[in-house]
Design a protein around this ligand. Structure first.
Ligand code: UDX
Length: 434
């Protein structure tokens, strides 16, 4: 099948590459010429494990093409997937729909035969109706259907999640559209759950899922605080909770707060959307508020730890919002770094993939280390802020020798306290006596 994907970001690009790998003819469209030039020159524009090889393979075999020209891109497409950003509006805090509406308006002029327009971006309930309206106005009597096709990819696992989704949710009110999408997703038949629901239910499922996951993370972070005071062990508590199949073991890992381009944006949008209907989602609003407070609390713990030192130097391991990605958007680590700089600490930072994306925000206010040892050398404290695999195996004797005072605060509970204490370093973590 020939499909077009509008938007080549963290959702659009893995989606386009994935469908090309499944044998479809895919054209990915983006307004940013530099991005499209890079992609046409074989340079991947974002980091996702396993994406580059599939991108190069399908670009080479001609199934995957890139263009800034929407008219060319959608020509002959049976399905047009809209995967553009829906950032938080700086004032209203709602999902900003300008890119969605622009894409709908532009593509409406180029509909020549029946096409399914699938909105994969995370959009407020009712957006499908708006897109339908915009296309109809743009080109009356054109033959199309608009469906909701929410994305559940996790950053860092986009390729894995594309080929092994928990579920394919399709919000379609037309039989014809359902058939077309069943054809597109035929390779997943019998391998995952297909859920056909109304367009509005489908649009709600994404926000409701992400808000719930954010609340779950917020919950375990609060439980972690309780364990620190009560002497319980949050990892043991999380294990005990997770064995209850109604709770499940995932998203029970305490940390410095949730971040990324989804949870912060989607919880805000969910709360704003609900308030428009006069509904207060108190749990979501509490999670939003307390997630911000948690980052400030984490920064304060770091400042307190070095408060007695003149001109303290701190090594920060991890800038991305989670391990496995190069994305620093809404990263708790970045917010904590900003807070530490406000307190006047001098920082040496290191992240396996996020350094280049962090530089435009941190400029020359920090020292950019080339690796963990370089970051820790001569510092009074090492803080782990992102759950990178690489940070699970630190060379403690080297750190002990090279740090001015060998201390580690592990805000992702990656390390084993016994091993660290044996090596002669001081160790603090979250939610348990370390
Ligand atoms: C999320 C949803 O998981 C995904 O289904 C949706 O499509 C997009 O939004 P993502 O934003 O990539 O994916 O990150 P996710 O893995 O969900 O983590 C979000 C944040 O929560 C990260 O900052 C992560 O570090 C944090 N987190 C996650 C925890 O602090 N503890 C956990 O146990 C899990």
């Amino acid at each position: 099948m020939k499909i077009a994907v509008i938007g080549t970001g963290y959702v659009g690009l893995p989606t386009g590459v994935g469908f090309a790998e499944l044998g479809n003819e895919v054209v990915c469209i983006d307004k940013i010429p530099e991005k499209i030039n890079d992609l046409n020159n074989g340079k991947i524009t974002l980091y996702e494990q396993g994406l580059e090889e599939l991108f190069l393979k399908n670009k080479e075999n001609g199934r995957l093409k890139f263009t800034t020209n929407l008219a060319d891109g959608v020509k002959g497409a049976e399905v047009i997937i809209i995967a553009v950003g829906t950032p938080t509006h700086p004032v209203t805090k709602e999902a900003d729909m300008k890119y969605i509406h622009a894409a709908a308006g532009e593509l409406s002029e180029h509909i020549k035969s029946y096409v399914v327009v699938a909105v994969k971006s995370t959009v407020p309930v009712g957006t499908g109706d708006d897109v339908e309206e915009i296309i109809s106005q743009g080109k009356p009597n054109s033959d199309f259907d608009v469906v909701s096709l929410p994305e559940f990819l996790r950053e860092g696992f986009a390729v894995e999640d594309f080929f092994n989704p928990d579920r394919i949710v399709i919000g379609a009110d037309s039989e014809k559209a359902k058939q077309k999408l069943k054809e597109l997703y035929a390779p997943f038949e019998g391998k995952t759950n297909f859920l056909f629901v109304s367009r509005k239910s489908s649009e709600t499922i994404k926000y409701a899922s992400n808000s719930f996951l954010a609340i779950k993370v917020h919950y375990i972070n609060e439980m972690s605080n309780f364990c620190e005071k009560s002497g319980a062990n949050i990892e043991e508590v999380a294990m005990g909770m997770g064995l209850d199949t109604r709770i499940g073991p995932k998203f029970l890992q305490p940390g410095p707060g949730y971040g990324g381009s989804c949870f912060p944006k989607d919880t805000l949008a969910m709360s704003c959307m609900a308030r428009k209907y006069g509904v207060h989602l108190n749990l979501v609003e509490t999670a939003i508020r307390h997630n911000e407070l948690r980052k400030a609390d984490m920064a304060l713990r770091i400042v307190d730890a070095v408060g007695d030192i003149k001109h303290p130097r701190v090594a920060v391991l991890g800038l991305t919002f989670k391990g496995g990605t190069d994305d620093v958007r809404e990263s708790p680590a970045m917010d904590i770094v900003e807070e530490l700089l406000r307190y006047g600490l001098s920082l040496k930072v290191y992240d396996p993939k996020g350094m280049e994306n962090a530089k435009p925000m941190l400029h020359d206010r920090v020292y950019y280390a080339k690796d963990v040892e370089d970051a820790c050398a001569g510092t009074d404290l090492c803080v782990i802020l992102t759950e990178w695999e690489e940070f699970k195996k630190l060379n403690f004797p080297v750190l002990k020798h090279n740090m001015r005072s060998p201390r580690i605060i592990d805000m992702r509970n990656l390390l084993n306290s016994a091993e660290i204490n044996l090596a002669g370093l001081e160790y603090k973590c979250l939610g348990r006596l370390c």
